[in-house]
Design a protein around this ligand. Structure first.
Ligand SMILES: N[C@@H](CCC(=O)N[C@@H](CS)C(=O)NCC(=O)O)C(=O)O
Length: 221
């Protein structure tokens, strides 16, 4: 049986959600984030050298990186579900979004988190300077990149209801975290009706909710 090392309130919700969609049994090991630093506990480094989540263990194999985990689960246990036919037009879109989520979607969202929270973490006397620098960096560098990506997602979701085409697939599961994080941290989601509709549709799925019940709430910082 697959063991999922799940960090609370994190990307690994996607793996639980995928397993729930496929109705596959899994063993859950929950790791709590440090409430102050938000970092994963050191125990995760005993599972994988990077100590990040998600990580799964299956038949003695340790697999990290959410896109690779989704690919592994679909290939091994999917039986053709939640993925378009390989090589079809939708299949090409599917591969694109599976990689895009972490390769292109998350970096500007991570920068937003860092620059937004940095002033509160530096010594008090230099906080005003840190605040001025990080505000300018967000305005000039980060926010335009967030808008660029969100415009792209919005336009794609205007063409098709789901990222890889007319059917819901695991690409939507993989893209869910960038969109959840965008809604939580960019302060501009209200201008994006297709993204809001996507988020409402995924949150309404019973398997998404079962993953929340097992792994805890998802409210990206
Ligand atoms: N690209 C990796 C990112 C993994 C990652 O950064 N996970 C975060 C959870 S959202 C984490 O473990 N953070 C805690 C830490 O770095 O200490 C993936 O998609 O699996």
């Amino acid at each position: 049986m697959i063991t999922v090392h799940h960090l609370t309130n994190s990307r690994s919700h996607r793996v639980l959600w995928l397993l729930e969609e496929l109705v596959l049994p899994y063993q859950l090991v929950v790791h709590q984030r440090d409430p102050r630093t938000l970092r994963a506990p050191m125990a995760l480094r005993a599972v994988h050298p990077l100590g990040k989540s998600p990580v799964i263990v299956d038949e003695g194999r340790v697999i990290a990186e959410s896109g690779a985990i989704i690919d592994y689960i679909l290939t091994r246990y999917g039986e053709g579900r939640l993925a378009p036919l390989a090589g079809s037009e939708d299949g090409l879109r599917f591969t694109h979004w599976l990689h895009h989520a972490e390769g292109s979607g998350m970096p500007p969202l991570l920068l937003k988190l860092i620059f937004r929270d940095l002033p509160a973490r530096v010594p008090f006397p230099i906080r005003p300077v840190a605040r001025a620098i990080t505000a300018a960096t967000q305005r000039v560098l980060v926010d335009p990149q967030l808008k660029l990506h969100a415009d792209y997602w919005e336009a794609e979701l205007g063409e098709c209801p789901w990222f890889a085409g007319r059917e819901f697939t695991a690409a939507d599961i993989q893209m869910s975290y960038p969109l959840e994080a965008f809604a939580a941290r960019a302060g501009m989601v209200d201008a994006y009706p297709n993204i809001l509709s996507f988020l409402a549709r995924i949150r309404a799925r019973p398997a998404y909710q079962r993953a929340i019940e097992r792994g805890g709430p998802l409210t990206p910082p």
